[in-house]
Design a protein around this ligand. Structure first.
Ligand code: VGL
Ligand code: ZN
Length: 240
């Protein structure tokens, strides 16, 4: 007899590979020049090994994909003096924050060196990263000049969503493994959103590198508090 209403929920596993782009490896925003001095390229063999050994149902590649006049670039501050909140502290250089009241969002924006400008070689995925064809989804984020987006699901102020949640739902994804760059920004924001959207979420720690040791630690703590499991790549194969 057919059972009604007890459809078993098969585990469907997705690997999300965040922003393994040249800009974070050898561009102006290379992680090796940021405070934690980690090397972005170190994630590549770890991620490639996961892709070769673990039968993920879905693989997501994200691309930080900014127009040249993007809100997150320190160099564009001079064109946005009018957005700076009256009386707030003015940033001195890249990595400082500014309080912008823009046409779309009011936001505390970290100002970064130029990075990941659409259709430049700086924004390309690193050539050594394996890019699978059949089961992959590509997500482009930070594409609007006045909105920044660390998470692959939605922008920093939650006014726009990418296609990612819809695409994962269409494929019945239940479990998400997050890897890539940078641990304390796009990786953490994506993992926290994955959990928030209801996925069982794992952060593959040795498949990630970050910007700043203090914020890496804070974000790892925050992810743990939110019920995300911090695991190592060696554990993933045993889980799937
Ligand atoms: C990222 C800073 C600015 C990231 C993107 O991929 O973590 N960080 N844009
Ligand atoms: Zn960016």
């Amino acid at each position: 007899m057919q059972k009604i209403g007890t459809a078993s929920k098969r585990t469907v596993n997705a690997l999300i590979i965040i922003d393994v782009q040249n800009c974070f490896i050898n561009g102006e925003l290379a992680l090796s020049n940021s405070p934690a001095k980690q090397k972005g390229e170190d994630v590549i063999p770890v991620i490639n090994n996961l892709l070769k050994t673990v039968p993920f149902d879905v693989v997501v590649y994200t691309h930080d994909w900014h127009p040249p006049d993007h809100i997150s670039f320190f160099k564009n501050l001079k064109h946005r003096q009018g957005y700076v909140k009256h009386g707030s502290k003015l940033p001195n250089g890249p990595f400082d924050k500014v309080h912008y009241i823009g046409p779309v969002v009011e936001t505390e924006q970290v100002l970064w060196p130029n990075h990941c400008i659409q259709n430049t070689s700086d924004a390309a995925l690193h050539r050594d990263l394996i890019v699978t064809k059949n089961n992959s989804i590509h997500v482009y984020k930070g594409t609007h000049r006045d909105i920044d987006s660390y998470s692959a699901f939605r922008d920093n102020n939650r006014v726009t969503e990418t296609k990612l949640n819809i695409e994962l739902k269409q494929r019945n994804v239940t479990n998400i493994y997050v890897s890539g760059l940078a641990t304390d920004y796009c990786v953490a924001f994506t993992a926290l959103d994955a959990k928030d959207y209801g996925y069982r979420t794992y952060l593959v720690e040795d498949a990630c590198r970050g910007v700043d040791s203090v914020s890496i630690k804070n974000q790892l703590d925050s992810m743990k508090r939110h019920g995300i499991d911090i695991i190592q790549s060696s554990q993933v194969l045993k889980m799937i």
